[in-house]
Ligand binder design. Structure first.
Ligand code: 5AD
Ligand code: SF4
Length: 471
């Protein structure tokens, strides 16, 4: 029987509260959002899709281009209405801005959007429980945007809990020392930092034990990875990938984003040697003009970039290449832009992301002469995208009639459909049983549509129990 004394001694369970996270930007932000949810779970926060029922709303923001940053302020406008309506019902809502806008603008955000209670930069997520407690106790805004000396990864809780992630992201490297003149990343994410291989292996083994079959290693400059190995010597990304390939139930490995300069021989060779390393490489080239590449401080020329992808294709002839391109960098002439178009056409990318240059305050390129008019940028974007779309469709069409291994990740849009990814990261939809989710099956590709492939599961495919790794 409980008496007063035993009640007082019972462990205090935090009251259940709701947390809504809206994520903008890159995959690293998606990973960080999951980690923030996990850090707040012990405080009693459970995730909700609906901001109107949330006690705490986190906007995990992106600062890479102007449009991305502006989206945050319009979202904060919407959150102000939610907060006011909840307040009229006697309920409080804390609003936190996390991510790269938080890091870049700090306390400025509170001046511009008074609705914000917490501003937290990417290196301080492990402090979130304390920041939330402080903001709700004092009713005053709190800002945490230092780059602390201790690594945040060491302070975030172990994952995962809850739902199975068939394909999971794992951040292995963060920050960047390359200082491309257009880019805010070295300022918002800070200096390059690689996690220790032992930490990464443990995280991947835990995920594998919970049903994960595919891992994508994340880093702003992931192929510059150099985490301190068990012997104290740095491991390369290739070394890390080889170790992760030994985890039995991890069937697929990917990594993103890479810099051409760090595509070393060992990593290139691995694309030919390691069956678990998927034939897909995202390697931004930004511009086909050496003059622009120099002004961008990319530290390589266009022929050097093409030599790298040539070597990658030698190692793995069927590899799907993906890239990032910027049009309208300050000083870009028609001739420079034509060099970009020509390189794109020669490289035949399976996937590409192209952007109009967007001046970011504090970066060297923002104060360069020769800013290109918006209209010219728009025309160039249009022109390059039509080349890139053509190549993407050609790549997809070339897989029609082939048999590809597909890792099924979820139900499809229509009942009875399941969806997954090919080795080349193409979305594939088939008619199939739900029990195949989490499995790899051979699929005969029948047709392409603008954003996916459709096919049929090879007849005679037999479902097998998932292998569980020993953890
Ligand atoms: N303007 C336009 N595009 C940019 N990128 C990064 N900074 C800028 C900018 N200021 C693009 C680059 C990079 C991708 C993630 O975003 O192509 O590779
Ligand atoms: Fe930004 Fe990538 Fe250049 Fe680093 S290498 S500064 S993250 S574009």
């Amino acid at each position: 029987m409980l008496n007063k004394r035993s009640l007082a001694q019972a462990p205090q369970r935090p009251l259940p509260k709701k947390l809504h996270i809206k994520t903008f930007g890159c995959q690293m932000n998606a990973y960080d959002s999951e980690r923030m949810a996990e850090a707040l779970e012990p405080q009693g926060y459970a995730l909700t899709e609906d901001p109107a029922e949330a006690d705490l709303v986190i906007l995990n923001t992106c600062h890479i281009r102007e449009k991305a940053a502006e989206k945050v302020y319009s979202e904060l406008g919407r959150m102000r209405l939610v907060k006011e309506s909840r307040r009229s019902e006697g309920r409080d809502t804390l609003i936190a801005v996390a991510g790269c806008v938080a890091q870049a603008e700090g306390a400025e955000i509170m001046a511009r959007a008074r609705v914000v209670d917490i501003v937290v930069g990417p290196q301080s997520y492990h402090r979130l429980p304390d920041l939330v407690a402080e903001a709700s106790a004092t009713g005053r805004g709190v800002v945490a945007t230092d780059f602390p000396a201790e690594a945040k990864f060491a302070h975030l809780p172990e994952r995962p809990r809850g739902k199975v992630q068939i394909s999971a992201f794992v951040t292995v490297q963060e920050g960047c020392d390359k200082f491309c003149t257009f880019c805010v990343v070295p300022y918002t994410r800070g200096a390059e930092f690689s996690r220790a291989p032992s930490e990464i292996v443990a995280e991947v083994e835990r995920l594998a034990g919970h049903g994960t079959r595919e891992i994508t290693l994340l880093g702003q400059n992931v192929n510059a990875y150099h985490g301190a190995g068990p012997d104290g010597r740095p491991w390369t990304l290739a070394r890390l990938l080889r170790r992760l390939a030994e985890v039995p139930s991890i069937e697929r490995l990917r990594y993103t984003t890479s810099h051409p300069l760090d595509m070393d021989e060992e990593l290139i060779r691995l694309h030919g040697d390691a069956p678990k390393l998927m034939p897909y490489l995202h390697l931004p080239f930004q511009s086909g003009s050496d003059r622009m590449l120099k002004a961008m401080n990319r530290k390589h020329t266009a022929p050097e970039y093409e030599a790298v992808i040539g070597r990658v294709r030698e190692a793995r002839p069927d590899i799907a290449l993906s890239t990032d391109i910027i049009v309208g960098f300050p000083g870009e002439t028609d001739k420079d832009f034509e060099a970009t178009l020509a390189l794109a056409a020669r490289a035949r990318f399976a996937q590409a992301f192209s952007f109009m240059y967007s001046a970011r305050a504090g970066t060297p390129a923002a104060s360069l002469d020769g800013q290109v008019p918006e209209e010219v940028k728009r025309q160039r974007l249009h022109a390059v995208q039509s080349v890139l779309d053509g190549d993407r469709h050609a790549f997809d069409r070339a897989t029609v009639g082939r048999r590809l291994k597909v890792l099924f990740e979820r139900q499809g849009r229509k009942p009875g459909q399941i969806a997954g990814r090919s080795p080349y990261l193409q979305a594939v939809h088939v008619e199939g049983p739900e029990k195949l989710i989490g499995q790899i099956a051979a699929v005969d590709i029948l047709a392409t549509s603008p954003n996916s492939l459709t096919g049929v599961i090879k007849s005679g495919f037999e479902w097998r129990e998932p292998v569980q790794a020993a953890v």
